[in-house]
Ligand binder design. Sequence first.
Ligand code: GRF
Length: 201
Amino acid sequence: KRVGILISGRGSNMRSLIAAAAVPGFPAEIELVISNVGNAEGLGFAAKADIPTIVIPHKAYETREAFDRALDTALNNAGIDIVCLAGFMRILSDWFVQRWEGRLLNIHPSLLPLFKGTHVHEQVLLSGMRVSGCTVHYVVPELDAGPIIAQAAVPVAIDDTPETLAARVLVEEHRLYPAALKLLAEERVWLENGRAVFARS
Ligand code: GRF
């Protein structure tokens, strides 16, 4: 399976996907990295790993739909089968999400359906919860609401700051995202009637 990754920044999840896909036998190849931000830190790493990179600056497009059409065209031109959002900070239109339905994944740094949106670790600390974690899910039009493919949990420490909690969750993100992509690429999970269905065995 040919995978495209969309980023806006640091790209550490992108790096974990690239590293996993480089291992012989992994069922997917990272064929393209697209950023909507020209100076995203992740772009340099992708280029060094010999992965084609494209910058599609959202500001150059008058509407969300026009930007999303440009994304869609770039992905199709590269023959992409699966799209992984990895710190991609743009909301995608329903049109795009529907076109890529069942083939579009996101990683979110909380145990969804809790703590959607931004400032996630602040939300968790304010809630008083003693565990947090991360979620890989199918993307649906509603933000951070898609069917869940995989989750990992971490403890919340009594002296955590948003930064220390984020760092603990990120370690799990880097393990979880490649595992979830593997499931999808091997067709051991699929989307059926709005639910994630898993192969037995
Ligand atoms: C990660 O915490 C991810 O869960 C969230 O944004 C952050 C991106 O980090 N969606 P990176 O760019 O992958 O390093």
